[in-house]
Design a protein around this ligand. Structure first.
Ligand SMILES: Nc1ncnc2c1ncn2[C@@H]1O[C@H](COP(=O)(O)OP(=O)(O)OP(=O)(O)O)[C@@H](O)[C@H]1O
Ligand SMILES: [Mg+2]
Length: 229
């Protein structure tokens, strides 16, 4: 589903080169849930951003469902993101002036889907994340955990085959964090979605089928699951 073939990503600042990903090879199958761990600055966000085409790699290749993305134009990446990828971030990035339902429906409306279909799908998705009773609330009227559930609904409303979650529990207490990870797990099972979760949290990573560790941009082999406390 996603394959990295000797991927390098370097950022340049003047004549300083910062290698954010160093010769990373990786593969995840459809429906798998994997956690990407590693200290701050190790390259986790970069790893997710290059899969989504928000950043371009310097060398190597990324295959999405077996197809090379080398030579993808901005328009190709935008189309890929719209149809194939859902993203969840630490800061929920909901639009403050819109209700929960409108936030979730916006991407579908913008991609030209018929409003009837959109509101039906929004209702189903809010139901799946347990937020249907807050559909008419604005983000400012929701708790952090609730906002993240709405953000997850928005990320999966188009039923993307791949969900990329960048530290989605970073702003949440441990109870809400556990709920958000359980929710990602559940939507992945229910809709067969592949999930890559970047996290500092051992508790979150424990839910994954596989865990990977990044260190200074190098991907270490899958690490064994930690034993529960
Ligand atoms: N736009 C950029 N320009 C220059 N360097 C960057 C840029 N984005 C990231 N970097 C550098 O690339 C490296 C990897 O950053 P990245 O954000 O991927 O780390 P991370 O593992 O997500 O960290 P955190 O856990 O703090 O979110 C870091 O050294 C960072 O300073
Ligand atoms: Mg990061």
């Amino acid at each position: 589903m996603v394959t990295f073939v000797h991927v390098w990503k370097e950022y340049r600042r003047g004549n300083i080169v910062i290698p954010a990903l160093r010769d990373v090879s990786f593969h995840i199958d459809q429906g798998e849930f994997c956690a990407l761990m590693g200290p701050s600055g190790s390259g986790k966000s970069t790893f997710l951003n290059v899969i989504a085409g928000l950043d371009q790699i310097t060398a190597g290749d990324i295959l999405l469902e077996g197809k090379s993305t080398t030579g993808f134009s901005d328009a190709d990446w935008t189309k890929r993101r719209r149809e194939f990828i859902g993203m969840v971030f630490q800061a929920f990035h909901l639009v403050p002036g819109l209700t929960a339902a409108e936030n979730v429906g916006l991407p579908l409306l913008l991609s030209g889907k018929a409003p009837n279909m959109v509101w039906q799908r929004v209702a189903e998705t809010l139901e799946a994340v347990g937020m249907q009773h807050r559909a008419q609330h604005r983000p400012g009227e929701l708790s952090g955990g609730e906002q993240q559930r709405v953000a997850i609904a928005r990320a999966v409303v188009h039923r993307p085959r791949l969900v990329l979650a960048d530290e989605p529990t970073g702003n949440l207490d441990s109870h809400n964090a556990a709920e958000v990870v359980a929710l990602l797990r559940r939507v992945s099972r229910e809709w067969g979605q592949t999930v890559i979760l970047a996290t500092h949290s051992e508790a979150a990573a424990r839910e994954a089928d596989r865990r990977y560790l990044l260190r200074d941009g190098e991907l270490l082999a899958p690490s064994p699951l930690p034993t529960p406390p």
